[in-house]
Structures are given as structure tokens and as C-alpha cells.
Write a protein that binds this ligand. Structure first.
Ligand code: ATP
Ligand code: MG
Ligand code: FE
Length: 341
């Protein structure tokens, strides 16, 4: 079966055609970095307008490249949340219109489920269950993934997401937006031991994350004038890695042994983090999987793939399904002090 995927929850407009046999037939991603760069972050109104302008021609391009018509598509998968509501609505309404016009099922996808299942698109041997470290611009969670739609949250952040911490630290170092990739690059020429930075919650018996204090320490290090930017970047990245491994140790100790550790979300594109996680997993006899770089940051192939996984088990949604600004993967997770979903 062939699934058309649409993503518009943040600042990437994306469209992809993916089959249930894991072939990415065609895809497009339009970043809005230029539109938002003057403001140092994503402006919701600008994002919604840009999605509205770009989406229809991108859908036409992808269909043309694949030489397919609407009649050849088996289902339409569109992100329905969580994210910036204006942008989510643009993509979801487009998906609904196509589903109605083509008389094909609509599958409303949780963007986080797109990230969570993306490793299975690239790696057909990855089976459930697995431990998932979901590290993105808006989230930092450890989840036990038991199947499609079956997520148990083991840990979350009590303040900032990891991608947010990368972006804020990058901004402090004058690296622009989005800063994660730029900070990683700068860190390559720095000394990770040069700047004493805190590891928030290290050793805590609670499994949760905290990154706000780390970011504040980056501000102080920069303001002190005592350190080179590259050393601050490298030390920040090492502190983040130490926190990730410590928090994973506690989380995984709270659950039955899982055969695989998987990382997903935009920060999963970070090579130093991937390498550290690989070492962590191999020391525990866990298999390690990370999606290819291009599937880590926002894209529509992961949305189409989540649709393919749901289509395969006969699931679809009514055409009046709502866009959701907030939509936790594990609705039963206990609220955590100061934390988002
Ligand atoms: P969410 O998925 O939580 O809704 P989002 O969709 O905005 O948030 P993603 O696109 O999944 O987030 O990830 C973007 C984040 O990943 C940004 O914070 C960006 O800085 C970060 N990121 C991307 N590449 C890297 C990298 N190489 N190193 C560190 N961070 C990175
Ligand atoms: Mg983005
Ligand atoms: Fe994302």
C-alpha cells in the first residue's frame, strides 16, 4: 500500500509518499529557517502562512515525481498534533480534503509517534518492544514502546527539552537559529573538560531530566569571558551526554530488560550523542538503532510511515478529527513538576 504523508507541526513543511514495504517513493521538505531567522525562533503566524503557501505545490510535486494520481494512493496520513495549532490545521485540513476528494482513509498522526516509529522505517529488523530516547525541539522523554500506539513514558523533562537547551546555548554563543547542528560543529574543535558545567539531577533516583540549569551555566560561562566558545560548546554537549546516560540508567532500571535502545527526534542527528548511546547500549547487551540523519529532524516520511503502520492494522480516523496543540504519547503518564507532556 502507498501512503501520502503530510507534516506541518512546526517550521518544516513536508510531504512524502511511503509504502508499507518501507520504500520512500518521493519526498519534499521546505524549511522556514529564512522566514524565522530574523526573530531568533519560530513565529507561529509566519509558520502557518508559509505552510499554507507551500503545501499544495509540494503535494503536486511529490505526486508528479512518483508519477502517481490520487487514485493510486491507499491512505492519507497527516500530522494532527502536537505542535503550533495554525500550522497543524493547515496540514490536517489539506489531508482531510484529499481524503474526501479521493475517497481514501485519513489517518491522523501524532507527530511524536512519527518520531517514535521512524527507526522502524529505516530498519526492518527492529521489533517491539524497545526503549526509546525521544530528544527533539519540544521533548525529552524516555519511553517503552510496546507496539504501534502503545507507549509508556518512563521519564520526561521537568523544564527544557534537550533540543531547546541546544538552541538556547547556541544562541548565547551567537550561533543563530536553529543552533543544534552549529553547536555540534563548534564543539568538535573544543575541549569538553575545559568548562565546569553542572549535570542537573545527576544521581537522582527519579528518572526525569532537567536542562534549564545547564543553559544558565552556559550563560555564566560566556559572560565570564574566561572561556573559548568552542570549549563552552564541547563542555555543554558533554554535560548533556552525561545527563542522558545517567537518566537512562535510572529509567531502564525501573523496567523489565528491553532488547533494544532507540534514539529519535531532531537531537538524534547529533553524532556525539549517537556514539555515546551506542556505547551505553552495547555495555548492556542492548541492540542500538538510530534513524538515518535525514529521518531525525522533522520530515513527512516518518508521518507517512506511522500512517503505514496504522493502515497495516486497519486503523483510520473520521474526517472531523481535531487538530491538537497538546497530545502526549502516553496519556496515563503522571504529571511531573514544571513539565510539559
Ligand atoms: P517536537 O518534535 O518535540 O515537536 P520539533 O519538531 O521542533 O519538536 P525536531 O525537528 O524533531 O523538533 O528537532 C529539532 C531540534 O533538534 C532543534 O532543537 C535542533 O537544534 C535539534 N538538532 C538538530 N540537529 C542537531 C544536532 N546535530 N545536534 C543537536 N541538536 C540538533
Ligand atoms: Mg524544525
Ligand atoms: Fe519533531
Amino acid at each position: 500500500a502507498t501512503i501520502l504523508g503530510i507534516e506541518s507541526s512546526c517550521d518544516e513543511t513536508a510531504v512524502a509518499l511511503v509504502t508499507t514495504e518501507r520504500a520512500i517513493i518521493a519526498q519534499r521538505i521546505a524549511s522556514q529557517i529564512e522566514e524565522h531567522a530574523p526573530y531568533g525562533g519560530v513565529v507561529p503566524e509566519i509558520a502557518a502562512r508559509a505552510h499554507a503557501e507551500k503545501l499544495a505545490p509540494m503535494i503536486a510535486d511529490v505526486m508528479a515525481e512518483a508519477d502517481l494520481g490520487l487514485a493510486d494512493i491507499d491512505a492519507i496520513a497527516a500530522t494532527a498534533g502536537p505542535g503550533l495549532i495554525g500550522g497543524v490545521m493547515v496540514g490536517l485540513v489539506s489531508g482531510k480534503a484529499l481524503a474526501m476528494a479521493a475517497d481514501k482513509p485519513l489517518i491522523a498522526i501524532n507527530h511524536l509517534e512519527g518520531h517514535a516509529l521512524s527507526p522502524r522505517l529505516a530498519d526492518e529488523t527492529l521489533q517491539f518492544p524497545y526503549a526509546l530516547l525521544l530528544v527533539s525541539g519540544g521533548h525529552c522523554q524516555i519511553l517503552q514502546v510496546d507496539g504501534v500506539g502503545q507507549y509508556r513514558r518512563l521519564a520526561t523533562t521537568i523544564d527544557d527539552a534537550l533540543g531547546e537547551a541546544f538552541d538556547k546555548s547556541a544562541k548565547i554563543l551567537g550561533l543563530g537559529y536553529p543552533g543544534g547542528p552549529a553547536l555540534e560543529k563548534l564543539a568538535l574543535s573544543g575541549d569538553a573538560k575545559a568548562v565546569p558545567l553542572p549535570r542537573p539531577l545527576l544521581g537522582s533516583k527519579e528518572p526525569h531530566f532537567s536542562f534549564a540549569g545547564l543553559k544558565s551555566a552556559v550563560v555564566r560561562a560566556k559572560d565570564s569571558g574566561n572561556y573559548a566558545d568552542a570549549d563552552i560548546a564541547a563542555s555543554f554537549q558533554q554535560a548533556a551526554i552525561d545527563c542522558l546516560l545517567d537518566r537512562l540508567t535510572v529509567s531502564l532500571g525501573n523496567t523489565a530488560p528491553l532488547p533494544a535502545l532507540v534514539v529519535a527526534g531532531g537531537v538524534a542527528a547529533n553524532t556525539a550523542i549517537r556514539t555515546a548511546l551506542e556505547g551505553f547500549a552495547s555495555a548492556r547487551d542492548m541492540r542500538f538503532t538510530a534513524p538515518p540523519m535525514a529521518l531525525c529532524t522533522d520530515n513527512a516520511a516518518m508521518i507517512a510511515w506511522a500512517g503505514a503502520e496504522r493502515f497495516g492494522s486497519g486503523q483510520s480516523d473520521p474526517l472531523d478529527v481535531s487538530a491538537r496543540p497538546r497530545w502526549p504519547l502516553d496519556p496515563d503518564a503522571e504529571p511531573v513538576r514544571g513539565a510539559g507532556a
